[in-house]
Ligand binder design. Sequence first.
Ligand code: AMP
Length: 381
Amino acid sequence: MDGGWRLRSLSPKSLMKTDALAPGQTIGILGGGQLGRMLAMSAARLGLRTHVFEPGAVPPAGEVAGVTTTADYCDREALAAFAGSVDVVTYEFENVPAEALDLIEARVPIRPNRRALAVSQDRLREKRFLNGIGLATAPFHPVDSASPNAASILKQAMEAVGLPAILKTRRLGYDGKGQVRIEDTDCSADFLASMAGAEAILEGFVDFEREVSVIAARSVDGRIACFEPGENVHRDGILRTTRVPAQVGPGTRERAFEIAAAILNALDYCGVIGVELFDTADGLVVNEFAPRVHNSGHWTEAGAIIDQFEQHVRAVAGWPLADPIRHSDVEMNNLVGEDVADVPAIAREDGVRLHLYGKSETRAGRKMGHVTRVLGPATSP
Ligand code: AMP
């Protein structure tokens, strides 16, 4: 058995006593996708109720949550009723408008806090925050693609970060959307057009050996617990595979834990976080963090005695975190689009945990489920 990493780091500011939710109390979840669905299942296992708020019809989380509100994030009446019916609010979707959060926060705590959300929503602010606490990122330069001087700003940015580089929208990007790789300076006008006037950031291309992520949690009273780092493979910007343990040395593993802890403490964070890292010849470089449960943490369902969803529920409910002991080596594969056609064959395999999200429509690039294969008892990385 491989014990998870525990840093008993207690920041005095966050040591005030808070009341924990009792079984029967309710967690509000903003966003009704598969992450919300898995959170609702974990909450139910701990005797906690859930209320999902989601603008879209037929949300995957709606099938398992106790109550679902279908309303827009601008619907103040619906938001007030939602906030009035729950004891704490968390989210599985980061791009909830600030006005909606203001309204909720006036009535009930939001965990993780607003600052964590605001920092992660904006790639420029996120990189400045990370550098500000001493963590390495890709070199970057802001690019205001709507500016009349956009072409010269982009040229300046290319000179600053070097080529190849990736032009990304500052906000609302996910699964590689809103990104374009730039190899040479010739066609910069096309790249600017592809940003459609959105504020952007140019990132230097990081020459990494592997991509690694850490799923970590911080409790209301500042205790931290980290799951073993996983090694990730992306295709077309979408996560395909997470293998645990990542093939990294003990120094890199320890550094990954320190990085996650530094981010959690700096944000006075409560809940689970997913920190994506590039493993390079010069050490770990932070790509980004997600202030929520993370796709690269789905392996915890089959590889550890507690999964990331229960850990998040415990944290936001003010409960103690569990020691995230890993018992198995595992590989998680996302079932994307037509991959679901393999489900009957996967279901016949041994040592496999299958998770489908109940989405009725299969579309190219849509995450339909995931499968985690147990490779054997936990070995050291
Ligand atoms: P992101 O949406 O920023 O997480 O990017 C999706 C994927 O694109 C990452 O997981 C990497 O595989 C790749 N990528 C993003 N930014 C960079 C970068 N600056 N250098 C190298 N690869 C990157």
